[in-house]
Design a protein around this ligand. Structure first.
Ligand code: PHE
Length: 467
């Protein structure tokens, strides 16, 4: 996976699936999914998330992979080439651009949370002994509002990512992914069992799987004077679940297109994409099942926001025998999952700039890392309570605002244009040839990509703007 024009192929179909799962599975599934499910009322949000993953994410995933395999270059050039081959406007290369920019914006806060995870490896080794809900919340609060240690850990996370990207990610990473992704999966299963036994499983299941559409579609506010509750209709949480589906699958911004460009012709894109979507959503659900039994057993608030994972799990690690080891192992594997995603976020920018400038990959990687790392300082110090915590953008703190922009606007919009391009601007014959799946599956995919994806994404956008 070195340069964008280097045509190294994946060593095997499994390495491709593991690497793509490596990009997909990350903080989105284990950090973002639980806290957003918590903030957005649970069941109905989860249901929408899953529906979006399979009805919209999966077809877009297949489209990105097949465009990438056909173009064989970085997203900017892949889009330019295929548009030319299909006799379409060169403007389609803007799609590749939006991916480069989107990845750059995401990494500026992703690496801050990645830094929190690294810090928690050390904290886990020191032990969370005796942590109850209040102690755990206080510990996370003290850490995230500190003005130095989150910055240092953010720098360490960024340095590791840059180091791997600079070396070209093929050799070592493929091997590491082969072992560490399955290890994370197994550890998560163990944690789900542990939380299920020791925590409040029933409340967690109810919260995650009993849809309450009132909680999804209505904001309620209490009048301070009269005590009356007013309910206002909102589509914001639906947009959130769409954004999360795109984010957790790494879609709509060229990452998956780049990974598709290393694919060989014999790989069945339909089946691989299904496996990837299944693994990705399974990890999110497992993270929820590991976290929410603890939330309810300890009377924590499910809407604990960005700190949820960092507050709940230490309580469990503090109680279980050998918790130092299990805790450290968990945060280590999570850090690894975050790094494999971070690499795929930095890769489009680095490969594009090295393509354009003919600059050395190492120098470009360092420059991009320093630039995005510096912008990332704003997120590190912008947590509520920290020195830049008072800065808000449209009522959101800096990290939330960036994540709103990328997840809820740029990625679904990228997905929309990818769906339009693959469904309407590539000839049916070429689309069919490149996907190379059986006819009934192709027809289903074609229907989803031509009609369901564009209409659903547009409908969500329009509703958010007008309702
Ligand atoms: N999917 C990654 C995660 O869940 C984040 C990501 C988004 C990676 C977009 C690459 C591109 O953490």
């Amino acid at each position: 996976m070195a340069g964008a024009t280097a045509h190294a192929n994946w060593s095997s179909k499994w390495t491709f699936i593991l690497a793509t799962v490596g990009s997909a599975v990350g903080l989105g599934n284990i950090w973002k999914f639980p806290y957003q499910a918590g903030e957005n009322g649970g069941g109905a949000f989860v249901l929408f998330y899953l529906a979006f993953v399979f009805l919209i994410g999966l077809p877009v995933l297949m489209a990105e992979l097949s465009l990438g395999r056909r173009g064989q270059k970085s997203p900017v050039y892949t889009m330019r080439d295929i548009a030319a081959l299909e006799g379409r406007s060169r403007l389609w290369e803007l799609l590749g651009w939006s991916g480069v920019i989107g990845g750059f914006v995401i990494i500026t806060y992703y690496s801050v949370v990645g830094g929190w995870v690294l810090a928690y490896i050390v904290k886990a080794v020191q032990g969370f002994g005796g942590f109850d809900a209040d102690a755990s919340r206080a510990a996370f609060g003290a850490f995230s509002t500190d003005s130095t240690s989150p910055v240092i850990w953010h720098a360490v996370f960024m340095a590791i990512t840059v180091w791997i990207v600079a070396r070209g990610v093929k050799g070592g990473l493929e091997k590491a992914v082969t072992y560490l992704m399955p290890a994370l999966f197994i550890l998560l299963i163990g944690m789900v069992i542990y939380s299920g036994i020791t925590g409040n499983l029933q409340a967690a299941l109810e919260f995650l799987f009993t849809p309450d559409f009132g909680k999804l579609f209505f904001d309620s506010s209490v009048n301070a004077v009269t005590g009356d509750v007013t309910e206002t209709f909102t589509i914001r949480r639906v947009l959130n679940s769409l954004g999360l589906a795109f984010f957790s699958l790494s879609l709509g911004m060229g990452t998956i297109m780049t990974y598709g460009s290393y694919l060989t012709k014999d790989v069945n894109i339909g089946r691989s994409a299904f496996t990837i979507a299944l693994a990705d959503s399974a990890v999110a659900i497992m993270a929820g099942l590991a976290i929410f039994p603890i939330v309810f057993a300890y009377g924590l608030n499910p809407g604990e926001s960005v700190g949820l994972v960092f507050i709940t799990l230490p309580i469990a690690f503090g109680q279980m025998p050998g918790g130092e080891i299990v805790g450290a192992l968990f945060f280590f594997l999570l850090a690894f999952a975050a790094i494999t995603s971070a690499i795929s976020l930095l890769e489009p920018t680095v490969s594009y700039i090295s393509e354009r400038t003919n600059g050395s990959r190492t120098k470009v990687a360092i420059a991009v890392g320093v630039a995005s790392g510096s912008i990332g300082l704003l997120s590190a110090l912008g947590q509520p309570g920290n020195i830049l915590g008072d800065i808000t953008i449209f009522g959101m703190d800096i990290m939330t605002a960036k994540s709103f922009l990328t997840d809820n606007i740029m990625m679904p919009a990228g997905g929309l244009f990818i769906a339009l391009f693959a469904g309407w601007f590539v000839s049916r014959k070429n689309a069919m040839e490149e996907l190379a799946i059986d006819v009934p599956s192709f027809k289903t995919w074609y229907f989803l990509i031509r009609y369901v994806c564009p209409i659903a994404i547009t409908a969500v956008f329009i509703s958010v703007l007008t309702l």
